[in-house]
Design a protein around this ligand. Structure first.
Ligand SMILES: [Zn+2]
Ligand SMILES: [Zn+2]
Length: 286
């Protein structure tokens, strides 16, 4: 049984539609596939509809969360959430908070630009944002293009929107402890995604992972393309110490990343335990 528990589609930063994702999984001989787009469940239904007989779909998401370093700096943390009920009250409320927060953040960035004399109208930027939660810096990039300040989105990021630029306002993601509790409340299970992928920036330490384990975290993603053999070994040791499950996944992004679907897989026994611990949305069997 071949199991890949971390994949993306066009609903976040992958290049396959959910239907194409399922086709790619079938072509790779996978028996179980999890769809885990960033901060959305919008691809679930198309994936369910495309499921061939014999394949099982795990409905999931990869949540953008934050932890705080000892020095008080935010550390970005990705949390894989599986088999949860997306209509659970706490989740719906948090999504509403994030939507409002993301709009407010873009308004503040636009205000900083206007205060600096750039021809950007914060109210017009606010009015141009979609109401569905996908508001992000690319929307502000469009306003900069329309104002004639830059000619492309990437130029807008280079000159005005980058995290080291003077107009940048940090995004307030969900504290990871709170996300673990929220998903548990929604009947789901959580797995810390690529916890020690050092190439992506600062990572959380063993102390934070221990805290999350105590708060209800179910597992950690050990076999991930961004973990070298020594890192995998250390993570496996930590998981054993903390009583956490260990998963393996490709983090497939279609043509956006080189790793093929099914390149890393999860042990069937671990998969069975994840399913046994969840009560939200069961696996869908094709
Ligand atoms: Zn991630
Ligand atoms: Zn991912």
């Amino acid at each position: 049984m071949r199991i890949d528990l971390h994949t993306h589609t066009v609903l976040s930063d992958g290049t396959d539609t959910p239907r194409e994702l399922i086709q790619a999984a079938a072509a790779a001989g996978l028996d179980v596939l999890a769809i885990t787009d960033h901060d959305t469940t919008a691809g679930w239904q198309e994936a369910v509809d495309a499921l061939p007989s014999g394949m099982t779909l795990i409905r999931g998401a990869e949540l953008s969360c934050v932890s705080t370093s000892e020095q008080g700096w935010p550390i970005s943390v990705h949390l894989l959430a599986y088999l949860f009920d997306p209509d659970a009250q706490a989740l719906v409320a948090e999504q509403r908070r994030l939507r409002a927060e993301r709009r407010e953040r873009l308004r503040r960035m636009a205000e900083r630009m206007a205060a600096d004399g750039l021809p950007i109208d914060p109210e017009a930027v606010l009015a141009s944002l979609p109401a569905d939660g996908s508001a992000g810096r690319p929307h502000l990039a469009r306003a900069l293009i329309e104002a004639g300040l830059v000619s492309s989105v990437s130029e807008a990021f280079d000159k005005y929107l980058g995290s080291r630029g003077r107009y940048y306002v940090r995004r307030a993601d969900t504290p990871v402890r709170r996300a673990v509790a929220m998903i548990a409340e929604a009947g789901g299970v959580t797995v810390l995604a690529h916890p020690w992928a050092y190439s992506r920036g600062p990572t959380v330490g063993e102390d934070v992972i221990a805290e999350l384990a105590a708060a209800g975290l179910t597992g950690i993603e050990v076999d991930h393309p961004d973990h070298d053999p020594a890192t995998r070994q250390r993570l496996r040791g930590l998981a054993a110490e903390l009583g956490l499950l260990t998963t393996g996944s490709s983090d497939y992004h279609g043509a956006n990343k080189p790793t093929p679907i099914g390149a890393e897989t999860t042990d069937p026994e671990v998969y069975e335990q994840l399913v046994a611990r969840a009560t939200g949305r069961p696996p869908v069997r094709g």
